[in-house]
Design a protein around this ligand. Sequence first.
Ligand code: WT7
Length: 650
Amino acid sequence: MSDITHPVPSKFAALANLSPAQYKETYARSIADPEAFWGEQAKRLNWMTAPTQIKDVSWDKSDLHVRWYADGILNVTENCLDRHLKTRGDKVAIIWEGDSPEESKTFTYRELHREVCRFANVMKANGAKKGDRITIYMPMIPEAAFAMLACARIGAVHSVVFGGFSPDALAGRIVDCDSTFVITADEGLRGTKRVPLKVNCDAACDIAAKAAKPVKTVLCVRRTGADVDWDADRDVWLDDAVQTVSDDCAPEPMNAEDPLFILYTSGSTGQPKGVLHTTGGYLVWASLTHEAVFDLKEDDVYWCSADVGWVTGHTYIVYGPLANGATTLMFEGVPTYPDASRFWQVCDKHQVSLFYTAPTAIRALMREGDGPVKATSRSSLRLLGTVGEPINPEAWEWYFNVVGETRCPIVDTWWQTETGGAMIVPLPGTTPMKPGSASLPFFGIEPALVDAEGNELFGAAEGNLIIKDSWPGQMRTVYGDHDRFVQTYFSTYPGNYFTGDGCRRDEDGFYWITGRVDDVINVSGHRMGTAEVESALVSHDAVAEAAVVGYPHDIKGQGIYAYVTTIPGSADDDALRSDLIKHVRREIGPIATPDLVQFAPGLPKTRSGKIMRRILRKIAENSFDALGDTSTLSDPEVVDDLIAKRMNRA
Ligand code: WT7
């Protein structure tokens, strides 16, 4: 936490879209009369039939439903593409920067429109239709965006699965939403590494077939030209199929509440849940937040460095920017290839003015020193954003002083897969900035803090963060499991949306997110359920029991700390340790790689057998004197053993 407050850089403030007074006035209006405010905001979009109903929401557990603009009809791609053709047909819609600095491409709105229509026609020719769930497992190439938009064009529901997930994780997601159509590529490229996407996809198809959920079509994009296995009954090369289709594909009329996409995200229990977002409310929200959060102007070049496999990529690479007719940059590679200057080289090359990345990337680059930054100009930059986890003040200051040379406001955006877009954010130009604080609520958002019993806390306070009323971009349900939606978000504090985050509010009403209060950890800005890593570990033959917690990690924010009890007779050695790590990578993917594995002959449990994670977290953090009450443990000695082992490792 820091007490420093930075004023808005004065040159930025002079040209900002919003003034402090406008923020206050608009916010007050959005809360006082949501119907009027969101009714007005609907006009951001082109509707085939304009909505007359604005908000139809009940957060009452007995009849929980969320509907916005329910009688409106529109198509997302008509809004992201067709409507720009008259005025922005020749404006660049997508700048693609390849893994290699030698490779980049641009697509104007007219070209993008054509690519998307052709892609959609290929999908249709291969049987895809409105309402189908289409899985997208792609590298960061333009075709990933084409695929998402092509789904939206024909009314199919996409489920993008991050290319770093394993075949098992991919299969689980394919099966969960009964997806029979998968879009992938031969391989992905990241730095010097190749990602075997088609191989993984083939393996996932085998797993899905065994679960009696066979994939019927795999549409494959050629990226590297690698040799891949081919199932002629199932697999289709995009570059072949696209030869014979027309450029015309009429946008499918969609109801505002028709699903647009599913995105799987980890929770504190069980398998990842399919967060469902719908069409009209989501697009209003994506478009408004993108414009306001980034102070968007017509000639901006905007770059969000996320992957389209995460919600940030959905809302702030594809849907928000394109709905706003902006130029959006997609980057295939990694921040440190060919060297740690890459991000800033790309900013110079494409004259990026708005840049949005994650604290973990900032910390990793900060470690390389100022040299790689100072080797570049960055004179085009005018705003810097962050997302994914709390940003530590040191990283904030480095981003502000070194990268942005104190002229760019830092916009720290707090939000979640579930919220569809930014919820708590220092709207640029409207507020002084406090490093580490996501600051103030966005229009229409009413955050509150509650204690464990659900009593609302007022003024400066710390508690659990809830949201008191709906907004158009909120998730509508967990795909296929509405009860889980109700249970997860609306039963802890009935009538309110529970975020799962802890939060402090200071004397100025600024919000400071303190991290998850459930069994979810945030690794490099990506959400990981400890239960998922545990079940991957337990599926290894040598493991009897496992408990996973997060611990502070210099670069990743949180690292994955695994306590493992092996079966009798197993050699608890480094070879097993690395085998367990490999096993988890295979089961879930590299993002779930445990950072530390500690063999634990016993785990601290209550007399009723519940693992006391609180204690395990403290031991992992090396805070041995803050263990709290251990007298209720069934076997208090195990704690001493765990501490002794932890100290040996540290
Ligand atoms: C969780 C949501 C939003 C897209 C990326 C992550 C944490 C996110 C911030 C921030 C502090 C943050 C929260 C949240 N988080 N942004 N600016 N400051 N914490 O989406 O995977 O759904 O994770 O990320 O803990 O609950 P996600």
